[in-house]
Design a protein around this ligand. Structure first.
Ligand SMILES: Cc1cc2nc3c(=O)[nH]c(=O)nc-3n(C[C@H](O)[C@H](O)[C@H](O)COP(=O)(O)O)c2cc1C
Length: 134
């Protein structure tokens, strides 16, 4: 199994309802390919964690990389993992608040995100994305 964490920046192509469409498509495709993870959209930027079988992660990441709805893809971590940390989520959008309460706003994801060592990455992302949005 492989885990990829990346950030990117939306383009005008994203349009209204674009994030919703991405989630809908992702839930369908990811469930069929044993892919799991979550997506945070904040300050016009994306933060995504993808976990699953090596081949499935490579294939979907290649597709995602070519998607005109975002740009400036920056891989923060790409590593083998023993198991997925996000079993219940084929792809879930997490609405994370920037500010002091951001850890609490992860809700049901707080445990898995912490366990997977992703908390510092989310914190850094929220810091920079909210700074950009301000
Ligand atoms: C930020 C971002 C994240 C995405 N994440 C996924 C994903 O996890 N799974 C997925 O199938 N497509 C994802 N997509 C969409 C893909 O780029 C692509 O449009 C989609 O897989 C095509 O699916 P379809 O052939 O079923 O229409 C994402 C797109 C963006 C911009």
């Amino acid at each position: 199994m492989r885990q990829i964490i990346y950030t990117s920046v939306q383009t005008p192509e994203l349009g209204e309802g674009g994030v919703f469409e991405i989630i809908q498509t992702s839930v369908r495709n990811n469930a069929a390919n044993e892919l799991r993870g979550f997506l945070i959209y904040s300050g016009q930027s994306f933060f995504q964690v993808l976990e699953g079988p090596d081949d499935a992660v490579s294939t979907i990441f290649e597709t995602i990389s070519k998607d005109p709805r975002h740009m400036n893809i920056e891989v923060l971590r790409d590593q083998p993992v023993q198991k997925t940390h996000f079993e219940r989520w084929a792809m879930q959008r997490i609405a994370v608040q920037s500010g002091d309460d951001w850890v609490a706003s992860l809700g049901a994801f707080e445990g898995p995100v912490r366990e997977a060592g992703i908390l510092p990455f989310v914190g850094k992302f929220l810091g920079s994305s909210s700074a950009k949005a301000a």
